[in-house]
Ligand binder design. Sequence first.
Ligand code: ACO
Length: 336
Amino acid sequence: MNHPRIQRAPLRTASIVGLGSYVPERVMTNADLERMVETSDEWITTRTGIRERRIAGASETTSDMALEAARRAMTAAGVTAGDIDLIIVATITPDMPFPSTACLVQQKLGADRAVAFDIEAACSGFVYALDIGARFVEAGAHETVLIIGAEKMSSVVDWTDRNTCVLFGDGAGAAVLKHRPGARGLLTASLGSDGSKAGLLELPGGGSACPATAESVAGRRHFLRMDGKETFKNAVQAMVSASNEVLERCGLSIDQIRCVIPHQANQRILSAVGERLGATAEQVFVNVDRYGNTSAASVGIAMDEAVREGRIRRGDLVLLVVFGAGLTWGAAVLEW
Ligand code: ACO
């Protein structure tokens, strides 16, 4: 499905020099969901591995969560707002269709020098943003790049649809990218898309195809819809093949990877991907039980936790792998 791409051989490498994440305080457990739709803790945990998720406050926006994750990543990286040249926000739940959430974050941060734009690759957003941001650093076009995956999925979930409302949560993950002398940083990344399967996972209302009307609202067209079974099959297949592609490009076997950070869609997808790659359970980082699927935020949140828990140490090789609506997918290998 992927076209072969040239292995990275940049004059300047791009490294993640700081990570940060934020999740809202409010915890929604499976027991809470039992009171909202006809479901059970047993069904949710056996099918998805999710026990609880975080839900943003009514007035808490995607840009608010992005800002907090960004501040934490910038502190970890030792950079200030004035150092930021470029801000890329990956989200499918922007504060509004325009201006971009990245511009809103720029204003809140006071990052006056930065160029700011959003990208939309659904749950694959963090690895898309990483690949794009790293290329600006490698090309010497920008010194300090801030990438953020942030989502308020609770604002697009149909809370009457048990098929989807149990799966998602809110949060944000951020990384600062710079050239770190002597470090290999991002070794390679591979992105893929398949628009022929756009209908598997979509939010049909609110765009030019179906502008907001009283009818579109009554028809619940402003909520996400998903064909769970087909999504599941495509996710496993694409995540395994993207992972194998980047490992092959780098001449690495899975046992040389310290930590695999997959998009936290659900436990069964994570287990199936891990097994097919030949990774041990210890290698595959999982926090879907605590946050559910936070879409573009998930890899940033997971990598930040993995580093803080000591699961990834300086010099370790890390495999990131994602999948989402579009369809979109991607994988990356980096040296921490
Ligand atoms: N509680 C209780 N019963 C439920 C629930 C629920 N929350 N949701 C669905 N059911 C019922 C269904 O109605 C169905 O009942 P029926 O047989 O009477 O019709 C039954 O459970 C089985 O439903 P299935 O769809 O067959 O369940 P499946 O085993 O496929 O699991 C799931 C559903 C968890 C959604 C699975 O398909 C899945 O994980 N898919 C991938 C979803 C995903 O991760 N999407 C996001 C990835 S991409 C991205 O991150 C953007």
